[in-house]
Design a protein. Structure first.
Length: 273
């Protein structure tokens, strides 16, 4: 199985396809299978590198303080370890926050940047959701009830009502339940450190103007978990970025509208090759 030693840890990744490299960062607590529905089309034109971030899946599980910067340093080290001068970088949700941090901290490694349903800061409802997860973990752990709670937020009601949505929910439930409660709580601490503007602590947002790579910011127009407004903030802070809203989908377009988002991403990457 493909592992790489990077930034003092052991990271699992899967590489498929040929062509320019695209590195895919999944959302909170989820593994390299996150982009599986979009992978066939992406890997037909690019070399896709799907990863398990530190603490998740088959990568090293370390009981330590986690941070957006730590994960960004891991990604940067992995890019170098795999022998790439730079990559097309794509992240969704928390993976988008990590991708933004890589672009800020290691600009030479990022050929293009794509963030989907991402956030560089929190608003009150997002902060409440993540802090509530911490409290629920203390009460019930990472069990089926916790997984169902997460599914209700990251998928749209209409999608959950469908047969496909229920199959996806089962897969996400299994993925979430494999997370260690203590580690997942540490992941939540890392997210909560992004801060809110009214706390004058939205440090990642304040850094976005330095990003020079061609950037695509995408989101679903009715994401009831990470609202489109947080994607718009990223778009506004990166003046040259392109902004796309995907109609009628939930928080993870690569699950609910994989053909639509994958086509948008491929067109953007091809334009910027």
């Amino acid at each position: 199985m493909p592992y790489a030693e990077a930034n003092g840890t052991r990271l699992y990744y899967e590489q498929v396809g040929s062509g320019p490299p695209v590195l895919l960062i999944p959302g909170l607590g989820l593994d390299h299978t996150y982009y599986s529905l979009g992978l066939p089309a992406l890997s037909a034109e690019f070399t896709t590198i799907s990863i398990d971030p530190r603490g998740v899946g088959r990568s090293n599980h370390e009981r330590r303080r986690y941070s957006i910067e730590l994960w960004a340093d891991d990604v940067a080290a992995l890019i170098t370890t795999l022998g790439h001068d730079n990559v097309h970088l794509l992240g969704t949700s928390l993976g988008g926050s990590i991708a933004l941090s890589v672009a800020v901290r290691y600009p030479r490694l990022v050929r293009t940047l794509t963030v989907v349903g991402a956030f560089s800061e929190l608003n009150y409802t997002v902060e409440l959701n993540y802090s509530l997860r911490k409290r629920l973990i203390n009460l019930i752990g990472m069990n089926e009830e916790m997984a169902d709670f997460i599914s209700l937020w990251i998928m749209s009601p209409a999608f959950l009502e469908s047969d496909q949505g229920q199959r996806v929910a089962t897969n996400i439930r299994d993925n979430v339940k494999h997370n260690d409660p203590e580690l997942y709580s540490s992941f939540l601490d890392a997210i909560l450190e992004l801060g809110r503007p009214d706390d004058h602590d939205a440090w990642l947002t304040a850094s976005l103007a330095t990003i020079a790579a061609p950037t695509l910011v995408a989101c679903a127009d009715n994401d009831h978990f990470i609202p489109a407004k947080l994607s718009q903030i990223i778009h506004q802070r990166i003046p040259h970025s392109k902004f796309v809203e995907i109609p009628a989908g939930g928080h993870i377009p690569f699950i609910e509208a994989p053909d639509t988002i994958t086509k948008i991403v491929i067109e953007f990457l091809t334009e910027n090759e």
